[in-house]
Design a protein around this ligand. Structure first.
Ligand SMILES: [Fe+2]
Length: 168
């Protein structure tokens, strides 16, 4: 199976997993597209892009489990419960090696971790998620600029955020 096909199958599997929750489906579709666009713009290699795309599709997979266990979906609960849920979805899709699944789960377990961000895939996942959340959560311009300055590093992600909100 070629990578594009595996990503399409994973997308459909995740839509099925999130069945009935159109809002979450719309969310991860957007995060995936931004992550892919930034990854390609930054010139990360094919292997890293593949894992990043899968992580972007699955990144919020722990939300329902966190709500069920803790009654809320705080980032840290999602990070704790996401990997196990991600493995269930990945088990239904061919095309990912054990090593790739490990990295995807690591990224999911760190998608609300904003310190010690040293790898491109981690950075881009945070940027892509925020590009969507800055809109979906109606954040203030001040909040958007603060987050950009603290977390954003990829030139393409900064450019997209600035274009989206007419920032300097
Ligand atoms: Fe998200």
């Amino acid at each position: 199976m070629n990578p594009q096909e595996a990503i399409a199958r994973l997308t459909r599997e995740m839509i099925h997993y999130d069945g009935g929750d159109a809002k979450r489906i719309q969310h991860f579709i957007k995060v995936h597209n931004f992550a892919r666009t930034i990854g390609l713009s930054e010139g990360i290699d094919e292997e890293q892009l593949y894992v990043l795309e899968a992580a972007a599709i699955l990144h919020d997979v722990g939300i329902h489990a966190a709500e069920a266990k803790y009654g809320n979906c705080h980032g840290k609960h999602q990070e704790e419960l996401g990997p196990e849920e991600a493995r269930k979805v990945l088990a239904e899709v061919e095309g990912f090696t054990g090593e790739q699944k490990e990295r995807i789960c690591w990224l999911i377990a760190h998608h609300h971790t904003y310190t010690n961000v040293t790898s491109a895939d981690h950075r881009i996942l945070l940027e892509a998620d925020f590009l969507v959340n800055s809109f979906e959560d109606n954040l203030s311009q001040e909040g958007i600029i603060t987050f950009r300055n603290q977390v954003f590093r990829s030139a393409s992600a900064i450019s997209i955020l600035n274009d989206m909100w007419n920032l300097q």
